[in-house]
Design a protein around this ligand. Structure first.
Ligand code: EPU
Length: 416
């Protein structure tokens, strides 16, 4: 298994390009299932999760070809609407095939995702929504078995804000008979990117980016081209790393408007942040100040940036309170950060982080994707060498992270 070795202490300096967003690419790859015509995608990040999704689609009969950041998909031959446990268990986002398969094929068999490192993460809202659209759903031997004639548009209110739940229902509603109104929908920018792609395919989706999304069903969707939006979490991770190391970086190919809440917190920590068309520059002088935060659905502070800010707070001046409201078990990085010398106390969904002047390198273990990113940031500021094990988590969601960090002057290398 690969490991990352980081010799900490060097401030990050220079410029890198941000990749396409993992959490926009995954649902948009599934949107290809809705049409019998080709979908050409640009700016697709080269990530393990993207390859897993392409394998999943391929075994259903979708022709997929990737060349660099371009992916061509053709679901004309879609003949096996099945998502097997072996693939779903490695990537929860596989549930995103359920809505499109049901809408296009009239049936689908999708494994339940099972346990997950960051919390229970059930899929009851996906199921409830599809039932409201007229599907019959049973759970048998760990599989969701869904059947429907043509889905029927309806008005439905989701019990809670769910990103992939909103995406699944939005995709299913595109081919339904009549109008679907999704209330209490997720407002995340990735939902908007998916809606843009669906509309390019001939769908009639409006309101994406607000909490009421309206979908007028159409008979069929056609081929299209779409470019995936920039990854706002990769952007935020590099900004947090630059701030923690007291560096100065410019990120190209991204948009500050995607992460206002994160940029506000970086400024509160003492960083100077400037945005100009398509790039963001951050400069941090001296030690960061602690910033307290509370995660919540977009446009509030994202749960996917919580771990990285805990690493920043670990070396900041002052004491921060970090509250996680989206997932019930997303503090596993706290114990690993403590192995590097951080002073963090957790109780329920709150962590108290007392900043220390410096961390010390040690061997730590990555437990999930964003936890891994927080350990990388901690390793970049720690004295001496940090060894991060189980970095396959990192490869699921960050494209070429060690190359990008090396380009910014970090002493980081992968050991196979
Ligand atoms: N929930 C339910 N029932 C449902 C669906 C969700 O109770 O039917 C709960 C979850 O258990 C959780 C909360 O609702 O407590 C929010 O979960 P959500 O459904 O929004 O999460 P998700 O769609 O599974 C996406 C991202 C995550 C990100 C969350 C929150 C993708 C592929 N994944 O997950 O990204 O943390 O939204 O913003 O878009 C990551 O990239 O590291 C990652 C985990």
């Amino acid at each position: 298994m690969d490991r990352l070795l980081i010799a900490g202490g060097a401030p990050l300096r220079g410029a890198v390009r941000v990749s396409g967003a993992k959490n926009a690419a995954l649902p948009i790859l599934c949107a290809a299932l809705l049409s019998a015509e080709p979908l050409r995608l640009a700016n697709v990040p080269r990530l393990h999760d993207v390859r897993t999704m392409l394998r999943l689609l391929a075994q259903m009969g979708v022709a997929a070809a990737a060349e660099g950041a371009q992916v061509d998909l053709d679901a004309r031959g879609l003949d096996r609407p099945l998502a097997p446990y072996e693939l779903v268990k490695t990537m929860r986002a596989s549930i995103l095939v359920l809505g499109p398969l049901l809408a296009r094929c009239g049936h689908a068999r999708v494994s339940l995702p099972g346990g997950c490192a960051i919390g229970l993460r059930p899929v009851d809202q996906h199921v409830k929504g599809l039932e409201a659209l007229g599907a019959e759903i049973r759970v048998e031997q760990g599989y969701i078995e869904a059947r429907a004639g043509r889905l029927k548009g309806t008005r439905l209110v989701m019990d809670l804000v769910t990103v992939t739940g909103t995406e699944n229902l939005m995709m299913a509603a595109c081919l339904a008979d009549g109008v679907t109104v999704l209330e209490n929908a997720a407002r995340e920018p990735e939902v908007v990117d998916l809606a843009d792609c669906l509309n390019a395919m001939g769908a009639r989706v409006s309101g994406a980016g607000t909490d009421v999304i309206t979908v007028e069903g159409v008979e069929r969707l056609h081929g299209a081209r779409h470019s995936i939006m920039p990854d706002r979490i990769e952007t935020g991770t590099f900004l947090a790393a630059a701030a923690a190391t007291g560096g100065a970086v410019t990120l190209h190919g991204t948009r500050a408007g995607l992460l206002d809440a994160v940029i506000d917190k970086l400024r509160e920590a003492g960083a100077a942040v400037e945005a100009q068309n398509g790039s963001i520059r951050l400069e941090m002088r001296g030690r960061p100040r602690s910033v307290s935060l509370r995660t919540a659905p977009f446009p509030a502070f994202p749960t996917d940036m919580q771990a990285q800010f805990m690493a920043l707070d670990a070396i900041a001046e002052g004491t921060a309170t970090v509250t996680e409201t989206i997932f019930e078990n997303r503090f596993m990085h706290a114990l690993e950060l403590a192995r590097l010398g951080a002073d963090i106390e957790t109780a329920g969904n709150t962590a108290i982080v007392r900043g220390v002047p410096r961390l010390q390198g040690a061997t730590v273990m990555a437990t999930d994707l964003r936890a891994s990113a927080s350990l990388v940031i901690a390793g970049l500021v720690a004295q001496g060498e940090t060894c991060i094990e189980r970095i396959y988590h990192l490869d699921r969601g960050y494209e070429a992270i060690e190359e990008k960090l090396s380009a910014l002057g970090a002493a980081i290398r992968r050991v196979r």
